[in-house]
Design a protein around this ligand. Structure first.
Ligand code: ADP
Ligand code: MG
Length: 266
């Protein structure tokens, strides 16, 4: 059975897409079968996986409106070793169209059920909002991975996301839990980042992943080459950290579902 994870944070520019494509490529490197679902109309995960969002024959839009299944609408992220269900501007329209349709929260979940046996992991790159698209992601997922920068206001936005996740858990998807917080774009030379990082660990215990993703320019350069950093420059510090994160996640899956020792606040 595929483990389905949303990469979510309602802030923009916090590293959701970078985490999605690099974790996907990292998981592929450790022999996992991975599907990325791009749920952001900006289509950054699509382009960052080497798929031209303007030239795709089909996308996640067709899947949400049930005019295609995932098996026919997905593309292959050439060279990165995973599949991707792409997104483009069309998806912004889907949000409006979905409002009037039945089962509007569950469309992605239904579509994913049909390809469940084909993957070990499904990673859903969510848009920077708590919209109907994000809701479709949260209703489909077993868990949420929250990338965050260790900055002063990082925790503020977190409470909105945690509340949304609690509500979805209570009303729509009993499986949903927070898998963990991932510290990204980390610069150990900045004292404030170290302090916030320590606070996160004190507060959330083992809900904070032990892998830390450093700020690394190769990760930022990779999308313009249509590749995840893990593929673009595997020896870079950023790429190595994401492969390490993939290993940590695979290991954690053994304990998924058991109550966390700490991090009661989540
Ligand atoms: P989001 O999807 O949350 O909007 P992105 O993944 O697109 O965020 O990241 C925002 C910007 O930060 C992008 O330009 C990206 O290349 C850059 N970036 C992300 N992670 C890192 C990192 N670890 N080191 C350096 N730049 C990064
Ligand atoms: Mg993004």
């Amino acid at each position: 059975m595929a483990k389905v994870f949303c990469i979510a944070n309602q802030k923009g520019g916090v590293g959701k897409t970078t985490t999605t494509v690099n974790l996907a490529a990292g998981l592929a490197r450790v022999n996992q079968r991975v599907l990325v679902v791009d749920l952001d109309p900006q289509g950054n995960a699509t382009m960052g996986s080497g798929v031209d969002k303007r030239a795709m024959p089909m996308s996640v839009y067709d899947v949400l409106l049930e005019s295609a299944g995932i098996a026919e609408a997905k593309c292959s992220a050439d060279g990165a070793g995973y599949d991707i269900l792409g997104a483009n501007r069309e998806l912004a329209g889907a949000e409006v169209e979905l409002v009037q349709l039945e089962r509007r929260n569950e469309r992605l979940r239904t579509a994913l059920a049909a390809v469940d046996a084909d993957y070990d992991f499904v990673l859903i790159d969510c848009p920077p909002s708590l919209s109907l698209l994000t809701l479709n992601g949260l209703c489909s997922a077993h868990g949420v991975i929250v990338p965050m920068q260790c900055e002063y206001f990082a925790l503020e936005g977190l409470s909105d996301l945690v509340n949304t996740i609690k509500q979805v858990h209570a009303n729509l998807n009993r499986d949903l839990q927070i898998i963990g917080l991932l510290r990204v774009m980390f610069d150990p030379r900045i004292t404030l980042q170290q302090q916030v990082s320590e606070q996160l660990q004190q507060h959330f215990g083992d809900k904070v992943f032990s892998t830390v993703i450093p700020r690394n320019v190769r990760l930022a350069e990779a999308p313009s080459y249509g590749q995840p950093g893990v593929v673009f420059d595997p020896s870079s510090k950023g790429a190595q950290a994401y492969v390490e994160f993939a290993r940590e996640l695979v290991k954690r899956m053994g304990s998924l579902g058991k109550p966390a020792k700490a991090g009661a606040a989540l």
